[in-house]
Design a protein around this ligand. Structure first.
Ligand code: TIU
Length: 244
């Protein structure tokens, strides 16, 4: 069965489980197949969002990322409420740093390097306070948590296998920072065959101009990397996929 609402077409299976919802997006509408889609929240960790973590050691103003938290929370709650799959990632390293290439640790002139002790524990090390996801977006039982040693969520992780096992073909991305871990993960996903959508107001950068450029790069050339859409459109779509 198919029916038309003001701005979208919705297909419904005979068992009334919704299979496809159109999301208003750039460069054109995104056909969300909710049961084949996962929400992927990249690195919403204290290390990037709060003072005293990795982001600040690199010289960044972490307050620029804090506006992402309430928006990402609204999308997360809607997605969760509709029973969708959620993936959280954390950029993190083993305590012995055996998964941290020296080139990454030694790059630049940070006030503290990866593995050094900071105000929220060892910088970017698994299990430390600063490495945890901010409380507003904390994972719940049944959600996938990926600890990743690189910027991309697929490099050195089981993410592709875990998604393939669940029949996931579409990924809706949020998180930080837009042009570093989010864009790298989206490009990795795009090359692995996923349709990817980035929530524009659910992602943030220490450099607003880099965020704007990333959104433009993703959607250029007919969606060379994927789509972008506002959180409200994604929340509306998730709400329509609820089976109450
Ligand atoms: N520095 C910066 O912008 N980002 C990172 O190092 N990691 C993530 O983006 N998660």
């Amino acid at each position: 069965m198919q029916y038309q609402t003001a701005n979208e077409t919705i297909n419904i299976n005979d068992d009334m489980s919704m299979v496809m919802v159109r999301i208003a997006a750039q460069p054109f509408a995104f056909a969300l197949e909710f049961r084949k889609a996962a929400l992927v929240i990249i690195d919403m960790q204290r290390d990037f969002v709060e003072p005293g973590g990795f982001g600040e050691t690199l010289g960044n103003d972490v307050s620029l990322l804090q506006c992402v938290v309430p928006v990402a929370r609204d999308v997360l709650l809607a997605w969760r409420g509709a029973g969708g799959l959620v993936v959280h990632t954390r950029e993190s390293h083993l305590p012995d740093l055996s998964d941290c290439p020296p080139a990454k640790r030694l790059r630049g002139n940070p006030t503290l390097r990866i593995g050094d002790s900071g105000p929220m524990g060892r910088i970017l090390v698994r299990g430390e306070a600063g490495n945890q996801i901010v409380p507003e977006l904390a994972p719940v039982a049944g959600e996938i948590v990926i600890d990743k040693p690189g910027k991309g969520a697929f490099h050195g992780t089981e993410l592709h296998r875990l998604l393939a096992e669940r029949g996931i073909t579409q990924l809706v991305f949020m998180g930080v920072t837009t042009e570093v871990c989010v864009q790298t993960s989206m490009r990795e996903a795009n090359d692995r065959g996923y349709d990817c959508l980035l929530v524009e107001d659910g992602t943030g950068s220490y450099f607003p101009e880099f965020k704007a450029a990333t959104l433009a790069m993703i959607t250029a050339q007919g969606g060379i990397v994927g789509w972008t859409a506002m959180a409200g459109a994604v929340i509306d779509a998730a709400d329509r996929c609820r089976v109450d």
